[in-house]
Ligand binder design. Sequence first.
Ligand code: C5P
Length: 318
Amino acid sequence: MSEPVGESAAAGAVHVRAPGKINLVLKVGPVSEDGYHPLATVFQAVSLYEDVIATPAEEIEISVTGRQARQVPTDESNLAHRAAALLAEATGISRGVHLQITKNVPTAGGMGGGSADAAAALLACDLLWETGLAREELGHLAAELGADVPFALTGQTALGRGRGDELTPALARGRFHWVLALSEEGLSTPEVFAAWDALPAAGPEDVPAPLEVGEDVMQALVSGDPHRLAGVLVNDLAAAAEQLRPAVGTMLADAVDVGALAAVVSGSGPTVAALAPDHAAALEIAGALRAKQCADEVLVVTSPAPGARLVEPVRESS
Ligand code: C5P
């Protein structure tokens, strides 16, 4: 069978990389009839990436290596599998793909690792199958896959409204340095939202309206000053995550004890992101957190980071 070659990567493989994220601000409103909670959030992509290599195959197939790979399903429930199936259906393409996922972002960690896989799979299949969808069209498909998937496509810094999938790019200056405290065992996002619903002090009646990200947050981002950013970090889901996993509270307190400017739960947790004044301090904070053994793994990352992008087309030699 002859495949088009040349500029196309259709005959070979496509390598796409998509970032994990942290939520600098996450405000939650009372659950809607569709089971989702309205959010006002600020996403920032971090320098921790999922790699997806797409190669031609008869069916849609998934293999997974890397961090916590054994916890990730390889059947149709995998979000990358669903992404490929959705793109095929939406474009009327009847081709298969093998998606080789290398995980770096923690699984069920509140950092959008599965969403990054889905975003990377969408872009990789779009390139491999030459479906040529515009980014905007990929964004619509991404939103069907999950609330965090559109952000993994766009990366950088964005305000998220609605379920978190209605994005507006936000201006941010400079580079922020973070220490991530990871947990081997993840938390279920629906369970954390359900625990939030049941919290007496943060239940639906007590949520202040309107749900919005304040001007102080936008100014802190534009300033590029980590001290200012530290003053605005907030996550309404933190108490629920702590209730389900008390170690989250320990990680938050320990991070500040060892010199972080502030620490915040990412998404629905249990990952804790501790903000450092600079890179050298981040390395010191990471060392001190490792010594405290409060987290299963401690990483140093920076933000913001780019969204899903082609790393290199792997071409067959001619
Ligand atoms: O969209 P996604 O599949 O990532 O969401 C997983 C679950 O998290 C939803 O089924 C819902 O229970 C909860 N969720 C929510 N409100 C949001 C996003 C997610 O309640 N804005």
